[in-house]
Design a protein. Structure first.
Length: 397
């Protein structure tokens, strides 16, 4: 808890420092006050900005004046999963497993430059739960990676003819890895990045079709040895799924990008589906003792393809040129049926909701461009003076 308070205090200090910086007189800095390294990074920033805007319709899309961002994140994550087993190990009759996450709050920070960002959140009530996210979101394509750990899971295990077994918090843990990629058709007027990172400003309402691909890897680990024995020595359930699809997204803005409402959805075809069950098998040895060994059981899908989907809703508010507020939610579905030998079904819904307050900082684009123009003009003038001096020297009798 002490570490979390220190991080929050540091964030508040950064925001206050940025605010004080923004209150200074709005003048173009003198390039003579900048070091060579600073001028190099300013020029590199201009090169990046030009590359990000190349080919875009500037009447519809633009870049915020300030490129750097730091934000305070409030994250809500939910999960609901239902599984059915039949004729597997000790599950000789129908067994239903139902898990869902309990309400919780995660706090964290996010930081980045333009279309590149990192995000880390931790659960206020459970130090073992948290999420790390990396995003690289360009004008027409994007990559997002997320790693999430959640042990705020409760539920029940119901086996036909037996008393239902209740699962309490901390007894199981969900670990999820998520990788997504997208490509936008007609990205010169519409930006998927405008609502995710607010790295672009959607000046006019626009929409576009996009391709979407995702990989989800989930693992359910049992932390309680007693629970492992109660569920037929089932220790882990590991699931992997790959899917591709096409969808449509729309950004609505009534006031030149100050307010933005985003909605997108994509039906998806699952082309890769693999699950593995891990059991603790108690094997006897000669001296009347036994050893516990993990045994993996590969689950084969009943059919090679499934239809699933993903959706996203976001609301953004550019308060001013250096402050913004955004909120967004995502939904994912993960499901399959086993092929033969046993009967196994799984249907999992994961969702997340984020509220983010952020500040932008760094030199404005216009002031940076003007300062570099002054520097180039000064450099050219010095070059001309040097050439004139050399010519005079060579023409001396």
């Amino acid at each position: 808890m002490k570490r979390k308070i220190i991080i929050l205090q540091s964030f508040i200090f950064v925001v206050a420092s940025i605010y004080a910086q923004q209150q200074r007189q709005d003048v173009v800095p003198d390039f003579r006050e900048k070091s060579g390294a600073e001028l190099f990074f300013y020029r590199l920033g201009r090169i990046i900005d030009n590359a990000l805007m190349k080919g875009l319709d500037t009447a519809y899309l633009g870049l915020p004046e300030k490129g750097w961002t730091v934000a305070f994140v409030n994250d809500y994550v939910g999960l609901n999963t239902t599984m059915n087993f039949q004729d597997i190990n000790y599950f000789n009759s129908s067994t239903n497993i139902k898990f869902h996450s309990t309400p919780t709050i995660a706090l964290g920070v996010a930081a980045g430059y333009r279309t590149l960002a990192f995000n880390y959140t931790w659960d206020v009530f459970s130090p073992r739960s948290g999420k790390f996210k990396f995003e690289l979101l360009n004008k027409s394509w994007g990559i997002e990676f997320m790693r999430h750990v959640n042990d705020n899971i409760v539920g029940s295990i119901e086996t036909l003819g037996q008393t239902p077994l209740q699962v309490n918090k901390k007894e199981i843990k969900f670990l999820t890895s998520y990788l997504s990629l997208y490509y936008v058709f007609g990205g010169e007027r519409y930006s998927m990045t405008a609502h995710r990172r607010m790295a672009y400003v959607q000046k006019k309402s626009a929409g576009a079709f996009y391709l979407f691909g995702q990989y989800i890897g989930s693992k359910i680990e049992t932390a309680s040895d007693e629970l492992v024995r109660e569920v037929g020595d089932l220790k882990e359930i590991e699931m992997h799924q790959g899917a591709v699809g096409a969808g449509y997204g729309y950004n609505y803005t009534p006031n030149g990008g100050k307010f933005l409402l985003h909605v997108s959805a994509a039906p998806m075809l699952v082309f890769f589906n693999r699950s593995v069950l891990t059991f603790d098998m108690n094997l006897p040895i000669d001296d009347n003792t036994s050893v516990v060994l993990p045994i993996d059981y590969k689950v084969v899908p009943k059919v090679p393809f499934y239809v699933t989907g993903t959706a996203r809703v976001a609301i953004n508010w550019n308060i001013n040129e250096w402050m913004y507020l955004m909120a967004y939610s995502t939904f994912h579905n993960f499901r399959f049926k086993e092929k033969d030998r046993i009967e196994m079904r799984n249907n999992t819904w994961e969702w997340s909701a984020n509220v983010m307050f952020g500040v932008r900082f760094g030199m404005d684009k216009k002031k940076s461009v003007k300062m570099l123009e002054d520097f180039d003009a000064h450099s050219n003038e010095r070059k001309r003076d040097m050439i004139d001096w050399v010519e005079k020297l060579l023409n001396r009798p």
